[in-house]
Design a protein around this ligand. Structure first.
Ligand SMILES: [Zn+2]
Length: 341
């Protein structure tokens, strides 16, 4: 990859085979899949259940010094992030085994934690290996795997925001190779939509492979401007305001549909990809009410400045009643996918 950074080593293997070769390891898990797998895996030196990303909680877990020469994350986003924190804090090697493709956390080096309800990055750690167990991933609920498009589709809004910011000389300067990577991933995503909707082995490999490239590019660049923009900022503001934490890739897909509309950035194209991948992003599927939608927009401009988030469309246009009504109507035209709400 050269200038794009060296991607994390990724192997396709079964969890049992990988853990069997590690010796002594601290296993950081989500449940599911943990209790369904525990009986068929080599016993860990210690097990840490991941659920709380607050810095104070993570510091307490690390202070308990869970035993094991290697830290292994097994599960979804909180397992990956908690494992990163423990490996970073203790200087032990890290192996990541994502059990779903709903988030890119297994493929990024940034150690993200929550402080006062907001995500903060405290350090960096590079996994020795990311293990892709295709059968394990495919056994997870289909909607969680499909949600994996969120952190790829976010390139659509992120690139547009970055272009706006770079034109004003705000933040990281434009980087054409990074932008081209984002454009290619979006084109590939568009081609992979049937595989993703079906959660086929090819669909799973596409999502994991894309995360791997994005993770390497972000690590090399030292920022994630090309894949994180106002769609993430909207989601952060919504989560801060409501205390709700929808599936990350689902709320990010929602955010892409909403913010691309406000950007005037080919909004029908991105909504169609979300629909064809059968991703839950309709507000009714992910529990976003019209009231909370409006309240988030009322707070959004002050939120992004207070959090010192990158310059984006949020700083450039009026977020008035017309804009918010139009965005709500646009995202409400997405087909329902049978979500919980
Ligand atoms: Zn994300």
């Amino acid at each position: 990859m050269g200038e794009m950074g060296e991607p994390f080593r990724m192997v396709e293997s079964s969890v049992a085979d990988v853990l069997g070769g590690l010796g002594s390891f601290a296993l950081v898990v989500n449940d599911p899949p943990w209790s369904g797998l525990a009986g068929s895996l080599p016993p860990p030196a210690s097990v840490v259940e991941a659920w709380n990303m607050d810095l104070a909680h993570l510091e307490a877990v690390a202070a308990g010094e869970p035993e094991g020469d290697v830290v292994v994350g097994l599960g979804g986003g909180t397992a990956m992030d908690t494992a990163k924190f423990l490996a970073w804090k203790s200087g032990r090697p890290l192996v990541q085994i994502p059990s779903i493709t709903s988030v890119d956390a297994g493929f990024t080096d940034a150690v993200g934690v929550r402080v006062g309800g907001n995500v903060t990055y405290v350090g960096k750690v590079r996994p020795e290996t990311v293990v892709l167990d295709v059968d394990l991933v495919r056994s997870a609920p289909a909607h969680l795997n499909r949600a994996g498009i969120g952190d790829i589709l976010s390139c659509a809004v992120g690139l547009h925001d970055w272009r706006l910011a770079a034109a004003r000389g705000a933040g990281h300067p434009w980087d054409e190779p990074l932008a081209q990577l984002g454009e290619r991933l979006l084109a590939d995503l568009s081609s992979a939509r049937d595989e993703i909707a079906a959660v086929s082995a090819e669909g799973v490999r596409f999502l994991a492979g894309s995360y791997r490239e994005i993770g390497a590019a972000c690590a090399a660049a030292g920022h994630s401007r090309f894949e994180e923009g106002s769609e993430h900022f909207w989601a952060y503001a919504y989560e801060w305001l409501t205390g709700a934490h929808p599936v990350h890739g689902e709320i990010i897909s929602f955010g892409v549909i909403v913010m691309s509309f406000l950007q005037g950035n080919d909004p029908d194209r991105w909504r169609e990809i979300v629909a064809d991948c059968a991703v839950r992003a309709h507000p009714g599927d992910i529990g976003i009410s019209r009231g909370d939608f409006g309240r988030t927009f009322s707070e959004l401009k002050s939120y992004v400045r207070r959090q010192d988030l990158d310059h984006s469309i949020i700083d450039e246009i009026a977020l008035d009643q017309d804009a918010v009504d139009g965005a709500w109507e646009h995202v409400s035209c997405l087909p329902r996918q049978g979500g919980q709400a």
